[in-house]
Design a protein around this ligand. Structure first.
Ligand code: ADP
Ligand code: PAZ
Length: 331
């Protein structure tokens, strides 16, 4: 068969049917004109207070328009909920259907790609909108199995892989928040001790929006013992963001963060990584490179990248952390 060149309307028809629309940074940031939320000097100061190295132009051009899109989606989800309530009438509460329910956003991506930074920024920006001031953020590391249990299962060098989490407990937690429970609690992970903190819990009280950030939040549910498909974590998401970048860039960010932590947090006498402050920087970085190539990169390639196609929005970062391209799900 010879080469067939498509006419412009044919090309458009073909791209209309793909589930994503691709936008350059310039196309996306032009949409900020439609964002009726100017950042005041006070708010800018508060964002700086988050302690993340984030460029304010990046906030204005990328994350502010995203908060506007999400603000519209939150309103639309509320309308959908209203439709279900109208349909059910008096019987709604008997079925556990509440008029309002938290809007749940998942933030996925590799270790060190910048998920926490994106999630904290979204939390701060979304809370500026008067329609949804209460925004809670939960990281999935609280649902890692404690080190003792990881040792028992031979999973200590698989931390961050799907099997290193109590996935049922994580899904139950999000389901309970979404169901409108007054108080829901989650375990807490400490990067200092590299383990779950015994007895500590984080409490979530009926937020307007819940952000769930973690490596594996877009993983499909495991089948049950009977082989049947179960409801998984991502089934509770109203929106999801995948933070994407070149693997080589992410490795550099991982090593850069390790180097920075070696000069700060690792110095703490209780730090699990304190030993890497006692050896040369080169030895410490060799260890970090090993962690990257034996744990974090294989996890990225085997488990995390394959979930990218499930996200509503993919943010593609360049080596300077600036978002260069965005793919937004439209179908
Ligand atoms: N937008 C950004 N601008 C500059 N540095 C960033 C940005 N986002 C993340 N970083 C840096 O990249 C590293 C990884 O980011 P982090 O949010 O901790 O990743 P994750 O939560 O995905 O492990 C950190 O050193 C962080 O300071
Ligand atoms: C705690 C993590 C598994 C990330 O957890 P998340 O909140 O994304 O579920 C990860 O940051 C980590 O510590 N990985 C183990 C390998 C390493 O120390 O780099």
């Amino acid at each position: 068969m010879g080469l067939v060149s498509l006419t412009e309307p044919q090309q458009r028809r073909r791209s209309d049917a793909t589930p994503y629309m691709d936008l350059t940074r310039a196309e996306w940031s032009a949409l900020r004109e439609r964002t009726p939320l100017p950042l005041t000097a006070d708010e800018v100061e508060r964002l700086r207070g988050l302690g993340d190295v984030i460029d304010l132009d990046e906030v204005r051009e990328v994350y502010l328009p995203l908060s506007r899109l999400l603000n519209l989606y939150v309103a639309a989800a509320g309308n959908l909920r209203g439709a279900l309530n109208t349909f059910l009438g008096d019987t709604a509460s008997g079925h556990g259907v509440q008029p309002g329910t938290p809007f749940v956003i998942g933030v996925a991506g590799s270790v060190a790609v910048g998920k926490s930074t994106v999630a904290r920024l979204l939390q701060a920006l979304l809370a500026l909108w008067p329609e949804h001031p209460r925004v809670e953020l939960v990281t999935t590391d609280g649902f890692l199995l404690p080190n003792a249990e990881l040792h028992r299962r031979g999973l200590m060098s698989r931390k961050g892989f799907p099997e290193s989490y109590d996935r049922r407990a994580l899904t139950r937690f999000v389901a309970e928040v979404k169901a409108g429970r007054d108080v829901v609690t989650a375990p807490v992970y400490s990067h200092l001790i590299y383990d779950i903190v015994p007895g500590e819990r984080l409490t979530v009280r009926r937020p307007d929006i819940l952000i769930v950030e973690g490596l594996n939040v877009l993983q499909p549910a495991l089948p049950g013992h009977d082989g049947r498909t179960r409801v998984g974590l991502a089934d509770y998401f109203d929106f999801s963001v995948y933070v994407d970048a070149r693997t080589e860039d992410i490795e550099q960010w991982y090593l850069g963060r390790f180097r920075k932590l070696r000069e700060t947090a690792f110095q703490n006498p209780f730090s699990y990584f304190r030993k890497y402050t006692q050896v040369s920087e080169e030895e410490a970085l060799d260890y970090a490179r090993r962690m990257w190539s034996t744990i974090n990169r294989p996890n990225l390639e085997q488990n995390i990248v394959p979930t990218r196609g499930r996200a509503n929005l993919v943010l593609r970062k360049g080596s300077d952390h600036k978002v260069q391209r965005l793919s937004l799900r439209k179908l």
